[in-house]
Design a protein around this ligand. Structure first.
Ligand SMILES: O=P(O)(O)OC[C@H]1O[C@H](OP(=O)(O)OP(=O)(O)O)[C@H](O)[C@@H]1O
Ligand SMILES: Nc1nc2[nH]cnc2c(=O)[nH]1
Length: 176
């Protein structure tokens, strides 16, 4: 059990399980896109840890770029997506592998994906380490999912609670 500010969290997905799943997803992405020099598009801040591991599980030429959007305050979505760094022109005509740490309500991708398609990439593959199917409020296609989880707030491995917990090695779930 760990405590971050006022909340308690318990162990949920350990580092070995995360590593194994990243190996599998990396293998799938390599099979599909090895010869395409894809551009990995990471969603800051949460996805930076997953991004660092997934690109090293990809066996081929690739490039990297980032955007930064946020909408959460504490454990809740504000419903308003704030843009800090938007998508640049580097993805035009390219095979894009969009890397998310989590798809929860789906609001972030629902608002962000049209901005990606507006840049006219060749193709977009959405990869998320975590997906909460029961929390989804939009029809979002996630092509590669690390783990489907129930609707519980999680931290660690890039994911934060009020900015804290991103440096935890594993993923923890909030205790009731
Ligand atoms: O599907 P949704 O309900 O939109 O939630 C998913 C988004 O929430 C988190 O971002 P957050 O707003 O917490 O910003 P952060 O990545 O900087 O922590 C996460 O990184 C996703 O981008
Ligand atoms: N840290 C964290 N951020 C999120 N953003 C959307 N869902 C979550 C969650 O469960 N944990």
């Amino acid at each position: 059990m760990i405590k971050i500010q006022d909340l308690e969290f318990e162990a949920f997905i350990d580092r070995e399980a995360i590593n194994d799943r990243i190996g599998e997803i990396g293998y799938e992405l390599t099979k599909k896109y090895k010869d395409e020099n894809p551009i990995f598009l990471g969603m800051l801040s949460g996805a930076f840890v997953f991004m660092a591991d997934i690109i090293r599980a990809f066996d081929g030429d690739c490039e990297v770029t980032f955007v930064k959007y946020y909408s959460y305050d504490g454990v809740k979505s504000t419903g308003k997506l704030n843009e800090v760094i938007g998508v640049d022109d580097s993805i035009r005509g390219r095979t894009v592998i969009l890397i998310e740490d989590i798809v929860d309500t789906g609001n972030t991708l629902h608002e962000f994906l049209p901005k990606v398609f507006a840049k006219e990439p060749k193709t977009v593959e959405v990869v998320s380490l975590l997906v909460k199917p029961s929390a989804l409020q939009h029809d979002i296609t996630v092509h590669q999912t690390g783990f489907e989880i129930e609707d519980v707030f999680v931290v660690g491995y890039g994911l934060d609670y009020n900015g804290l917990g991103r440096n935890l090695q594993a993923i923890y779930r909030k205790r009731d």
